[in-house]
Every structure is written in C-alpha cells, then in structure tokens.
Ligand binder design. Structure first.
Ligand code: MG
Length: 400
C-alpha cells in the first residue's frame, strides 16, 4: 500500500435510532431487503478501491450485534466505542485511526446505505486539492421558518442553499485538529464539515446524490425496503440453491445447542465448536449456494481459535459473504433428525434465532424435526443430524 495515498473510512454507527421505533435493535442493524443497513454501508466502503481501511464506531453495548453482522475483511479494523454525541463518537474514531496515520479520512453515517462508489470516488478526487469536502444536493423545497405555535415567520431564500450528505472527506490531520479544538471550546456541531468551517478550514462542496438518503424514521426504512424489494426481484434474478449436512454424536453434558438455541437434555453433543448441527448445516448450505468452499475450510476444526465458539459466528460469516456479493438470502430450510429430545417446543425459538443471525425475517426460515423411527444410529439415540437448503439471490453477472 502506498502510504502517501492512504485513505481511511470512518463509519459512525453509534446512534441509538430511537426515532426508527425499532424496539431494542438500533436502526443501523435493521435489515433492508434481507441485509442489515450497516452491512450494506460497509460493503460499499470495503469494496471501494480508493479506501484502504475501514473503522466503525459503535455504541457501547452493541458489540455482540455488531460482531454478528460485520464481515470478516482484512481492511476492516476492530470497532471502537462512541461517546455521548455524534461529535464525540467521530472524535473517538479519529483518535483510534491516528495510530495508522492515514493521509485522508472519509466520515460517513451508517444510516446512509445508498452512497454510491462514484460518490466516494468524487469526494476522494476533490481531496487532491482541498482539505475538506462535503457532498451536497440543491434544496428543492421552499423553506419556511415556523415558530412553536405553528405560525410561519419567514420564507428562507433557497438561492445557494444545499443539503449536506456524507461521506465528508478531510485531510486527516486537519480534521483531527479541528475536532480537538471544538472539544476544547465545548462546541457541538451537527456534521464534520461544520466542525471544519468553525476551525477555519475552507470546505469545498461536490455534487451529492438525491438517492443518498439518511434512514431516520421507521417510515424511511419501510419505504427503502419496499423500493429495494421491488428492485431486487428484478436485479437479483440469479437464483442459487445450496445444500448442507452435519452430524454430531452425543457425549457428556446437560444441554445441546440446536439452531442457536440451548435445549436441555441429559447429554451434550460432542464437537470442536458448540456442535450446533443445525447452524453448521445451514452454514454449509449458504456457502454451497455461493460455491465458496465449506465450513471446515473457513473455520478449520484444527484451529484452536474456533474451539468451543458459538456457531452463530460461522453462519453470520457465510451470510456476510452473500451481502459482500450484493446478494440476499431468499430462504433457509432445515430438517433435524433426532430420536430425542423432543424438539417441537423449541422450533419457533430456533426459527427466530436463525432469522436474527441472518438479518432476515422469520417467514424466510423453515425448521422441521423428525425421528429416525428407531432405525440406525440416530434411532439408537447416538447423535443428531441436520439437512439444510439455502436459496440465495445474487445479481446477474456476479463475479466472486
Ligand atoms: Mg459440525
């Protein structure tokens, strides 16, 4: 990597998303047409040739949900924790990047998943001759100033007014100094270009994109979902189906993990990880649909780092590979073969957990259980097996 051209992307994902009415799931982790918003944003930046490394600032407490959706990628750094305000979160991210000494940084809101590669390229190109660059689009509506009583007090002339977007690009040292200065002065601003302006940096505007909207409310997300679902039905027409199979034998223990759900039993399942046959079979099915190896290749049982780990990690990784190729999981289906324990009471919990791991809706997950009618080793209650099928939609012309 040419150090002089080093460009980092800082993705701000530390918001709690209360306006999106999402219950416990912050909006940046909610799915859009099957892929979490943040995963979409990340794949755009990780796939851009001008971006050398990507750092995400997450909220304290979001570590687990982040791990579940983050792709494994050599340019993706470990996440850092944000602060009280967006500005605090950006400053934490800049401080974490300082050790890598990037020349330029692109600061982007996770909740803008539609920023295009062309827009990123435009911002990076403008940084050749400027220290601060903001993409912006002309304001189309007539602007009214309205008081608390709902009375219009003025019509604001919109000549020259533009709405700021992200990613905003900066010379790294200049924006780090501006943010530190703003902290020293106890000043809060709504975007990083405003921090730069206040610190005296000339800021240049480049054309933004009308489609690069910030998803703020539940309505925004529902609207984007509708649009993407309609588009994907046309664009993601390259249908792939993968099959997966796994089996583990019973051993000592008092519960088994099946479909990411602990099921009490008088024995355990023996395996290198948590021996979750359902998640292992599903992982292989997704990898099979992609033609991208198998679970043993990506997570070798000889590698001590996977000993005893929770298998949701494996399935989330396979799903991230689908997202990285611009695709979506259309459906997952699994059949569990077990003489005992009784699995029917746990079936809905498994469907819900699998849907959560994959960032898809529960109607896209099937779980069935059957016995082996007392025949063979399953019938003798020596272990449990699972068969899975994954249906994956990829863009036409997909090239891994
Ligand atoms: Mg296995």
């Amino acid at each position: 990597m040419d150090h002089a051209s080093h460009t980092a992307a800082l993705i701000v994902a530390a918001g709690r998303g209360v306006r999106a009415g999402s219950g416990n799931v912050p909006k940046q982790y909610q799915p859009l047409a099957g892929t979490p918003i943040l995963a979409r944003t990340l794949s755009t930046f990780l796939g851009h040739p001008a971006v050398d490394r990507v750092l995400v600032v997450i909220a304290s407490g979001d570590e687990e949900i982040y791990r579940a959706i983050a792709p494994r990628h050599d340019r993706l750094m470990a996440p850092v924790t944000g602060g009280e305000t967006r500005q605090d979160s950006v400053r934490n991210g800049l401080a974490a990047l300082a050790g890598a000494a990037p020349q330029r940084v692109l600061i982007h809101d996770a909740a803008r998943p539609f920023a295009s590669s062309a827009l990123i390229g435009r911002v990076v190109a403008a940084l050749e001759s400027a220290d601060a660059v903001v993409p912006a689009v002309p304001v189309a509506s007539t602007l009214k100033q309205v008081d608390d009583a709902g009375r219009v007090t003025a019509t604001v002339p919109r000549d020259g007014l533009q709405a700021a977007e992200t990613p905003q690009g900066f010379t790294f040292d200049a924006i780090l100094a501006a943010h530190n200065k703003a902290r020293g002065a106890h000043r809060q601003f709504t975007d990083d270009a405003a921090v730069a302006e206040w610190a005296g940096l000339p800021v240049v505007a480049v054309p933004g994109e009308p489609g690069n909207v910030k998803l703020t409310t539940a309505h925004d997300i529902a609207e984007a979902n509708r649009r993407l679902t309609a588009e994907s039905a046309l664009a993601l027409g390259d249908m792939r189906v993968g099959i997966g199979y796994d089996i583990h034998g019973f051993g000592a223990g008092y519960e088994i993990m099946l479909g990411g759900v602990p099921v009490p039993y008088r024995r355990g399942l023996v395996g290198h990880s948590d021996a979750d046959v359902v998640l292992h079979a599903l992982t292989d099915a997704v990898l099979g649909a992609l033609g991208d190896g198998d679970i043993g290749e990506h997570f070798p049982p000889t590698d001590p780092q996977w000993a005893g780990v929770s298998s949701d990690r494996f399935l989330a990784d396979a799903v991230a590979r689908v997202a990285a190729r611009g695709g979506m999981i259309a459906h997952l289906d699994v059949s569990i073969v077990a003489e005992r324990p009784k699995l029917a009471p746990h079936r809905e919990a498994m469907r819900a957990r699998i849907a959560e791991i994959c960032g898809i809706t529960i109607d896209r997950v099937g779980v069935k259980a059957t016995t082996s009618e007392g025949l063979g080793f399953i019938g003798r209650s020596e272990g449990i097996s699972a068969h899975a099928v994954a249906t994956v939609r990829l863009p036409f012309g997909d090239q891994p």
